[in-house]
Design a protein around this ligand. Structure first.
Ligand code: ADP
Ligand code: MG
Length: 288
């Protein structure tokens, strides 16, 4: 007899629940809930110092960011839940999670092409051990060349040392190229627009739209709605004082871009007080 299973396939999900994160003993994130489905674009906005980058680092597993409560899980197509917090950062990358840094590090002596070949090989062969063979050079080169052409990146770029002497704009383009080559399931793009002029932001916005699609969930951290021009968010989330205080649609991003955060601060006085305490570098004493 043939049994037909009718398990419904939904999209993969990245689910963050009640996340509390401390840096150097000071609590920065105070209970963040956020779920992103594969194929969805979400925007995360908020004033400087509200904890947006902290969320990115915590999800990626940066050792300075201590998780004191909450969970980060990947839900796979078969419904299996994977505990992201139990993984090392490289395992998280191999599991399909990617963070484009707000301030990427320079790696003098390592060429962009070699760096990418390593990353791509590791992410595509999650069981690869260091020292084992890399993706064949010819195959890698032709793929890299095609991606660079698609994203209007000068071929010379591949021969330069990673972020060494790069302008702000070049660093962001290097992050976008990484995103295009790695094709993660979930990408967090931390202010990929900061330090760019309007034309460069438009190009970044178009590039991200080309790379994304129904196989990728993207969290775009930004201050400006321009990066969202070609990546209309399903939801916009506002972070203040280490919490997501409000979520809405694309119109919320437009409002914040135009009017700033005064309405938000007035509407959520407790979070505004936490923001003030974080600014002053004081450890907020929780009342609960
Ligand atoms: P945002 O990205 O929203 O501007 P951040 O996550 O960078 O905010 O910072 C939130 C708060 O955490 C700030 O008060 C900042 O000073 C503090 N913080 C973040 N990272 C570190 C760190 N590595 N060392 C010390 N303090 C940090
Ligand atoms: Mg930041």
């Amino acid at each position: 007899m043939i049994t037909v299973t009718t398990k419904k396939l939904s999209s993969k999900q990245l689910i963050i629940q009640g996340l509390h994160v401390s840096v150097e003993g000071q609590e920065i994130l105070k209970g963040v809930d956020l779920s992103i489905g594969c194929g969805e674009v979400h925007a995360l906005m908020g004033p400087n110092g509200s904890g947006k980058s902290t969320l990115g680092y915590a999800v990626m597993g940066h050792p300075s960011y201590e998780i004191t409560a909450g969970s980060v899980e990947l839900v796979l197509l078969d419904g299996k839940r994977v505990d992201v917090l139990a993984m090392e950062p490289d395992e998280r990358a191999r599991a399909g999670i990617f963070l484009a840094f707000q301030r990427p590090m320079a790696i003098p002596g390592v060429r962009v092409a070699d760096f990418l070949r390593h990353c791509v090989t590791n992410v595509r062969n999650p069981d690869r051990k260091e020292g084992e063979e890399l993706m064949p050079m010819r195959e890698f080169r032709s793929e890299l060349k095609a991606k660079m052409a698609e994203l209007s990146i000068d071929p010379e770029f591949a021969r330069r040392y990673v972020n060494d002497g790069f302008s702000g704009g070049e660093m962001k383009r290097a992050e976008i190229l990484q995103l295009a080559m790695l094709k993660p399931t979930f990408a967090i793009l931390d202010e990929t627009d900061s330090g760019l002029d309007a034309d460069a932001v438009r190009l970044a916005s178009e590039s991200i739209a080309k790379i994304g699609g129904d196989q990728m969930g993207i969290l775009i951290i930004t201050h400006h709605e321009q990066l969202l021009e070609h990546n209309i968010p399903l939801k916009t989330h506002v972070m203040l004082g280490g919490r997501i205080v409000e979520s809405g649609g694309p119109e919320l991003a437009a409002e914040l871009h135009k009017k700033g955060y005064e309405r938000i601060r007035a509407a959520y006085p407790e979070a505004a007080a936490a923001e003030k305490a974080m600014e002053d570098g004081r450890v907020e004493v929780s009342s609960t």
